[in-house]
Every structure is written in C-alpha cells, then in structure tokens.
Write a protein of this length. Structure first.
Length: 201
C-alpha cells in the first residue's frame, strides 16, 4: 500500500515510527527548563496539562496557529533545550516544521475525550502530526479507537488526531511528550510511515 492510501484510507489510529529519539538526553534538558515556562493549556478540556512551545510564535503561545508562517524556534528553546533543537534540525524527517511543543501532564491530570478537527487521517500542517514520548510512566495512558497506544520512552507515533482520543496520568510522575507538526512530507518520512504500516500488517 502506498503512503497516501495509508494516510487517508486505512482509518488506522496510530503507527509507530522508527526515529531513534534520544529520550534520555532530551529528558535531561526538559528537567532543567524553568517550570514557569510551562503554560496551562486548554483547561476547558483538561486538568494539569501544561505546554512549552519550542517552535512557534512565543514560548507561551500554546494556542497560536499551527499554520503561522512566522513560527520559528523560540528563544527559550534555544537557551534551555539546544541539544533537542539540534536533534530536530538534523535527524527528524522534516525540512519544514509548523509547530513543536513539549507537553506535560502532571500526576492525576488528564485530557478529556475529544477530536482535533473533523478531518480523519494523519494530518500535515494544521495540527500535530507526531507524538514522541520523552517518558511514559506506568499509569500514563493515551486512549484512542478503543485501544491504548503502547508508548515507551523514546517511541514516536504518527496519530490520527481526528479520531476520539483522551489521555490520563494516574502515576506519581510527570509525563512529558513532544508534539510535532510539520508542513512537508519528505521521502524519508513517507518511507518510515510505509515501513511502520508493513510491520503492523
């Protein structure tokens, strides 16, 4: 099956991509980011959900558009997470990011069931495309399509956020994931999606 068919026709809620994400080094940086840079996000549908914008308008512009062409690396990301910024520049299979955010869900927190837009498919440009687990403590679960995504530290999932999904953190540990939006679909990205689909079939 080709990339476009996988993306739009399969109705698959998620696929795991082989990105070899250096989660331990990234976690070291995240834990040194000043806590006041993590901003409450969408408290109308969530509890104890905070975000820090790495690539966007400003570090606190968590609700700004994914499609803003002025989005760029925030000064705070360059200061506090230089290793992570360089990893995305050099190793993530995109040449044109739309937005990147570190998402924190504190113990006892969660996100109510919802969809991000009406379009069902792996989406490019107008919302998050890939969710990367920096850590994923036991008791933290991402629910979608009547299943739980098997996140492990370092795993990266392309997710159909147009399907109903929710998150809980019933652990006693802060849960950190990185949400990645991109405007392009490089050959490398397409190959990783196809390989993931073939592994899961």
């Amino acid at each position: 099956m080709n990339y476009d068919s996988i993306k739009t026709d399969t109705n698959i809620p998620f696929l795991e991509l082989d990105l070899e994400f250096p989660h331990e080094n990234v976690m070291d940086e995240i834990l040194k980011v000043p806590k006041n840079l993590f901003i409450t996000h969408r408290d109308d549908i969530s509890n104890k959900w905070y975000q820090f914008v790495m690539y966007g308008t400003t570090f606190d512009g968590t609700r700004s558009s994914w499609e803003d062409l002025n989005n760029t690396w925030t000064a705070e990301a360059l200061e506090h997470m230089p290793y992570t910024v360089e990893w995305f520049k050099n190793y993530y299979p995109s040449n044109n990011f739309s937005k990147i955010k570190v998402a924190l869900i504190k113990p006892g927190g969660g996100i109510n069931e919802h969809t991000d837009g009406n379009q069902k498919s792996f989406s490019i440009g107008n919302r998050s495309t890939v969710n990367i687990a920096v850590n994923n403590p036991t008791g933290a679960e991402f629910h979608i399509a009547n299943t739980v995504i098997p996140f492990q530290p370092g795993s990266a999932m392309v997710i159909d956020f147009g399907q109903l999904h929710s998150v809980t953190n019933k652990s006693k540990i802060d849960r950190y994931h990185i949400l990645v939006g991109q405007r392009d679909e490089t050959d490398e990205f397409k190959t990783k999606v196809i390989e993931s689909y073939q592994r899961s079939s």
